[in-house]
Design a binder for this molecule. Structure first.
Ligand SMILES: *Cc1c(COP(=O)(O)O)cnc(C)c1O
Length: 234
């Protein structure tokens, strides 16, 4: 790691700025103070780079790879009680058991086979995670998530067929479109399915997401600095 890229001393300062921005958006849009939760996205960052955020009091974090998280989070969780870990990247069915051992929230439930695998592990005694369904609001072929027109039926199958409690919805809008229409669509799907939690908004667009009802914003680079370009989307 080159020492001049992103001095770790900045993380606490960046975090404070982001928390203040979230509070300002809550005020601007008449949202209840403290109603928007910051998921600090620490993917690709080392335990050393994450530690200043934990020291500053941040406890909710997002990671996109099970294996990478297994390397750094058990130790950090032991040092900093009360951590809540969100999986925000795709989950392979053969990693479900490992994911359930480490993650408190899985934000990327996006297909029937994964719902079945989760239900199986939970009925076999695994710790039940909180679950969000990922919706591919832009219907992008390269992106994970259930299509918007299939979301209602999928949520119902998760609940009825697989007995899973669905707490929230998550989306990642297309990079080249204004995000607001996507945030509004996610809110609409949530309301008609009786879902209260909306995970939407990242470093560049969390203000718009809060305006449109986000309860969780997932912010990485604005806190921990830029990531290597080839890992930027995964
Ligand atoms: C990386 C990532 C983020 C954070 O993106 P930033 O632009 O760094 O804030 C949020 N959500 C998901 C699903 C991600 O993969």
């Amino acid at each position: 790691m080159s020492g001049d890229m992103n001095p770790v001393g900045d993380v606490a300062e960046n975090l404070a700025v982001i928390l203040e921005s979230i509070a300002r958006s809550e005020r601007d849009y008449g949202r209840k103070p403290g109603s928007v939760i910051l998921v600090a996205v620490s993917k690709t960052k080392s335990a050393e780079e994450i530690t200043p955020a934990l020291i500053a009091g941040q406890r909710v974090f997002g990671e996109n790879r099970v294996q990478e998280s297994q390397g750094k989070w058990p130790g950090l969780k032991a040092r900093f009680p009360g951590v809540e870990l969100h999986l925000i990247g795709p989950l392979q069915t053969n990693k479900v058991k490992d994911a359930l051992a480490l993650f408190d929230v899985i934000e990327t439930l996006d297909r029937e086979s994964l719902a079945a695998a989760l239900a199986k592990e939970i009925s076999a005694g695994a710790r039940a995670p909180r679950l969000y369904v990922q919706v591919n609001t832009g219907a992008e072929p390269q992106k994970a998530g259930i299509l918007p027109e299939e979301a209602d039926a999928f949520i119902t199958r998760c609940r009825i067929t697989h007995g899973l409690a669905i707490e929230g919805l998550m989306c990642i809008p297309p990079a080249d479109e204004p995000p607001s229409a996507h945030f509004a669509l996610l809110g609409k799907i949530a309301r008609r399915n009786g879902i209260a939690v909306l995970s939407m908004g990242m470093s560049a667009d969390f203000d718009a997401a809060i305006q449109l009802g986000a309860t969780h914003v997932r912010i990485g680079s604005a806190i921990f600095g830029a990531r290597p370009p080839h890992r930027a989307n995964g």
